[in-house]
Design a protein around this ligand. Sequence first.
Ligand code: AMP
Length: 198
Amino acid sequence: MRIVLFGPPGSGKGTQAARLIARHGIAHLSTGDMLRAAVAAGTTVGLRAKAIMDRGDLVPDEVVIGVIADRIEEEDARRGFVLDGFPRTVGQAEALATLLAERGIAIDAVIALEVDEEALLGRVEKRARETIAAGREVRADDNPETLKRRLAAFREQSAPVADYYRRQGLLSSIDGMQEIDAVTAEIDRITRQANTDA
Ligand code: AMP
């Protein structure tokens, strides 16, 4: 099972990805997590990405594509994966198609979580409050100003990715404003259907 979870920042991709990996025993490939780990480790990728991420802009395609290409090769990803936060540009989607075709595999479903921008701002503020309450450090890009930039990046650079997959008949859209369990139930229905079609 290979799934792309698609949606703007704060749309619940991380939460739903965690449920998908628990249910299907597949790998969670979050480019945001991988880039944050690279920043923390001070690698070349991390040094390139840090200022861009802090601003809320997109890291260049070649950097994230390189990160994903390496990660897809790892043992746990062979059984399947959930891509969370990738692809975010049509260039990334095309590179992913090539990477997968070279390995004789394909995406089973692309699930888009649709949410209201105003509500996203509230969600990100809530996430920041909860993180502080749990004694953990808040992400540098989880603040209203940066979120606005991340949303603009989504509208301008990432929204066309949905059209790219819609044209291929791979896209299923879900109302991401529903309760978390209701979103999970819809995702389950889509993945069962994708399994039957495969
Ligand atoms: P996320 O945790 O998915 O919200 O990602 C946090 C930040 O990492 C984004 O705002 C971007 O700066 C960067 N990033 C993550 N994934 C990608 C991607 N696929 N393409 C470009 N930049 C990305």
